[in-house]
Design a protein around this ligand. Structure first.
Ligand code: CP3
Length: 344
């Protein structure tokens, strides 16, 4: 069966670009909130296959997106490594900070498979219900981004705790990154074996690193994950999303054998077409705030992206996750605009 998004990952341009949204299962949807109310926390939702499958499918039923993304979270990996992870409403994630070099060197090296097993069950449930043309995406966080939360114990605007730690204790930090490379590889391989069609590696905090550190903590570990996953699952399809990478995007696509690269909303469209899309299919990059604003600003932003990128292999998406206060009608407006684009 023809899956338009999957075909773009094979380098084949589609006349109508396939479209999905990062964080498409989420709080802007009343049906998500209804399920969310019946479970305790985001982690409980991630580990309850019946509900996780339901919220994965909700945006497909409502909007007919070209991809479904598994409902889970990047922080299930630290949780499966035995670290304490909690989500508090309105406050974001809280982890037990890992900021002692000795404790880092002693970190348990493998994730507890039993903890992650419900996620693979969710994949089987979704797979059984997903319309054939819809591409099913799994994901993980990139080691650097997951490490920023593990070191600080919470989100920060500049990731100063992880950056400082990596400068002061590069060996201990490299050990943490190695553990995350190994566990993320196993996690993605098991997702692929359970039935996802492709996976995305979210490096939300890639853009905060200076070039040398970007090479060491973003590119090198991601490159290893891609190589190890393909060793276990030949031909595995992988999308990289190094948010904020800017001019480092060129090196990212030169050095990593990904099948497509996700662009955040700050990426210049001419640069995206000329320097990036020449090398790899691209995905992106509507400003989530343009989607929230709606109206003429939304139409204008969608058109500019399509004019620059729809001439090559391209997946329409946001430049980062949808914001909770985004009206559903704006998502419909965006979809109509993309699907009626006359640039065939
Ligand atoms: O629809 C989807 O995209 C699938 C589900 C998904 C979630 N988290 C569920 C979730 C995905 C792909 C993620 C990835 C994720 N999680 C990232 C990388 C992508 C990005 O957006 O940058 C990061 C950095 C996290 C860590 C995380 N999880 C944070 C910082 C928060 C709190 C902030 C917030 O938005 O509330 C979460 C919680 C979370 N994970 C929610 C969802 C839908 C929202 C909380 C809720 O429903 O109560």
């Amino acid at each position: 069966m023809h899956k338009p998004l999957r075909d773009v990952l094979d380098g084949k341009r589609q006349a109508v670009p396939p479209v999905w949204m990062m964080r498409q299962a989420g709080r802007y949807l009343p049906e998500y909130m209804a399920v969310r109310k019946t479970v305790g926390s985001v982690l409980d939702l991630c580990f309850t296959p019946k509900f996780a499958a339901e919220v994965t499918l909700q945006p497909i039923r409502r909007f007919g997106f070209d991809a479904a993304i598994l409902f889970s979270d990047i922080l299930v990996i630290p949780h499966a490594l035995g670290r304490s992870v909690r989500f508090e409403t309105g406050e974001g994630p809280k982890l037990e900070p890992l900021n002692d070099p000795g404790a880092m060197m002693a970190l348990r090296g493998t994730a507890d498979d039993a903890v992650l097993a419900p996620i693979y069950e969710t994949i089987r449930l979704v797979k059984a219900e997903l319309p054939a043309p819809v591409t099913f995406l799994g994901f993980c966080g990139a080691p650097w981004t997951v490490a920023t939360y593990m070191v600080a114990g919470h989100g920060t605007p500049d990731q100063a705790p992880a950056r400082l730690f990596a400068y002061r204790h590069p060996e201990a930090f490299a050990r943490l990154i190695d553990v995350l490379v190994e566990t993320s590889t196993n996690y993605l391989v098991r997702q692929l074996r359970a039935g996802v069609d492709a996976v995305q590696i979210f490096d939300t905090w890639a853009g905060i690193l200076p070039p040398h550190e970007f090479q060491r903590w973003c590119i090198a570990p991601t490159r290893r994950i891609v190589a190890y996953v393909r060793r276990a699952v030949p031909g595995a399809k992988i999308i990289g999303f190094p948010r904020g990478a800017g001019s480092n995007l060129k090196r990212y696509v030169e050095d990593i054998e990904i099948d497509a690269v996700g662009l955040d909303w700050m990426v210049d469209l001419d640069f995206a077409r000329d320097a990036i899309q020449r090398r790899r299919p691209v995905q992106g990059n509507l400003d989530p705030l343009a989607l929230r604003a709606g109206g003429a600003a939304l139409d204008r932003s969608v058109d500019a992206i399509l004019e620059s990128l729809a001439g090559g292999p391209f997946i329409f998406n946001l430049g980062h996750g949808i914001l909770p206060d985004t009206p559903v009608a704006h998502v419909e407006q965006m979809l109509k605009r993309v699907r009626n684009y006359p640039g065939r």
